[in-house]
Write a protein that binds this ligand. Structure first.
Ligand code: 5AD
Ligand code: SF4
Length: 444
């Protein structure tokens, strides 16, 4: 089993190095890993400061899912170096894994560290600055794993918990399997230990993260068993599953969502990508449109008030107007609460690079805008169903006297309160929808 970071012997930084900041791009999995890194940094004696402020150590946790993600990673690195020319600059994560050559051209980077070793970043920082950047790209292990985490400070936030990494699916457009390797799962005791620590620290909602969560398999356990084990932790009020692939979702997971006594939230983010069977084939997705729609219709019938979100990709090579219209019709007619839209971005080394009939950017932009508009209407329709009803909200932040938070089924709610509601549950009667937020009155 692979150990991500040694539990002991964390090198103390040299006395002069004290302020660190970390910027995270991309998915929730990156965010959950960064959360652990932040605790390790604090334990290593660093003060964490917001990215952009003066710091002695800057870590950019990169993403490579699209060309734009690469560009954004490079831009953040450059701006950090401009502001902190003497700092130790570490670039870690997916783009460090796949783009080390391009990154090597950027003057001022001290460490480029791929995914296998990134949780050990502090060990490499201890080597200090050199003439040329240190490049660490170890082969990504296939074994199940544990993660060494530090105890950390109290928290008042919804917190991500990594339970899985990697993907064996090889969708034709996707760079993630190259950056993150084969599917592997986190040892159950190790993930439960971290979850218990998070709850003691104050977390009331835990979001399970991974690249392909439905492929979780450890000791005969599935992602539904993980949800059950977490449900048994006293004080943990909500468990949320982040994005999960179609056809990998165990029936038991849907059963747990249907059970009002279970902490698993009635929420599914399940990427459709396209509503055209032809395009799904070009994408090397593992389902047909009908298999997908049958599944979500059944889940929707089974789980009261289930929120179903999705990802749509437009502009896949070969996508015709007729294909796109099929996608739009599925989104329109099925019980989706919202869709995130992505414009196809060609990733080096992926199978789709060789596909003919590339879609021109103007067409892709138009399709993307159409999906975004439709998604807004779907979200409004979903929220409006709850008007007049009283829902339970976990509040997160306050703005101008309005407290904002989410329901279990991911309705974003704002309500006025003069009490400090952060990290507290409140019952709210919903009265209206403004933009992408439902407004209501809180009951004391
Ligand atoms: N281009 C555009 N979007 C992509 N995604 C994955 N790979 C690409 C790519 N090459 C999108 C998919 C996935 C989401 C997380 O990112 O829609 O569901
Ligand atoms: Fe990429 Fe497909 Fe794996 Fe998702 S399931 S990470 S889109 S290869």
């Amino acid at each position: 089993m692979a150990e991500y970071a040694p539990q002991q012997n964390h090198p103390r930084p040299r006395e002069a190095v004290r302020r660190a900041s970390i910027h995270t791009l991309g998915c929730r999995l990156n965010q959950s890993e960064s959360g652990i890194l932040m605790d390790l940094l604090r334990r290593g004696g660093y003060e964490l400061v917001p990215f952009g402020e003066h710091a002695d150590l800057g870590i950019v946790h990169t993403c490579t899912v699209t060309r734009e993600a690469d560009a954004k990673s490079r831009q953040l690195i450059r701006s950090f170096i401009r502001k902190n020319p003497d700092a130790f600059v570490a670039v870690i994560g997916c783009y460090a894994e796949t783009g080390h050559e391009a990154l090597g051209e950027i003057e001022g980077i001290d460490l480029i560290c791929g995914n296998q070793e990134k949780m050990n970043v502090l060990e490499f920082v201890a080597h200090g600055k050199n003439e040329t950047p240190l490049i660490i790209r170890e082969p990504i292990q296939r074994d199940d794993f544990t993660i060494a985490f530090a105890e950390g400070a109290p928290t008042e936030r919804r917190t991500n918990l990594k339970i899985q990494d990697g993907c064996n699916f090889m969708c034709s457009y996707c760079a993630v399997p190259f950056a993150r390797g084969r599917s592997r799962s986190r040892a159950i005791d190790n993930l439960l230990d971290e979850a218990r620590v998070l709850v003691v620290r104050g977390a009331k909602e835990i979001v399970l993260t991974g690249v392909n969560l439905g492929c979780y398999a450890f000791d005969g356990l599935t992602v539904a068993d993980v949800a059950d084990r977490l449900d048994a932790i006293p004080g943990l009020r909500r468990i949320r599953i982040s994005s999960i692939e179609p056809m990998t979702i165990p029936d038991m997971l849907i059963e747990r969502m249907a059970d009002p006594g279970h902490a698993l939230a009635p929420y599914l983010h399940i990427p459709l990508q396209s509503g055209s069977d032809r395009v799904l084939q070009l994408m090397n997705r593992r389902y047909t449109r009908t298999e997908f729609t049958d599944f979500i219709e059944a889940a929707y019938r089974r789980v009261p008030d289930l929120c179903i979100g999705t990802d749509i990709m437009v502009g896949m090579p070969g996508e015709t107007e007729a294909d796109f219209n099929e996608t739009r019709a599925v989104l329109r007619d099925m019980p989706f609460a919202y869709a995130h839209v992505f414009k196809y971005s060609e990733r080096p080394g992926t199978a789709s690079e060789r596909l003919p009939d590339k879609v021109d950017p103007k067409t892709a932009n138009r399709r993307s805008a159409a999906i975004r508009r439709l998604s807004e209407a779907k979200r409004r329709g979903f929220y409006e169903r709850f008007l007049g009803r009283t829902v339970e909200v976990l509040f997160e932040q306050e703005q101008d006297g309005w407290w904002e938070g989410y329901t279990g089924n991911y309705v974003r709610v704002a309500a006025r309160s003069s009490n400090r509601m952060r990290n507290k549950f409140g019952r709210v009667t919903l009265e209206g929808v403004r933009g992408d937020i439902a407004m209501g009155t809180i009951h004391d």
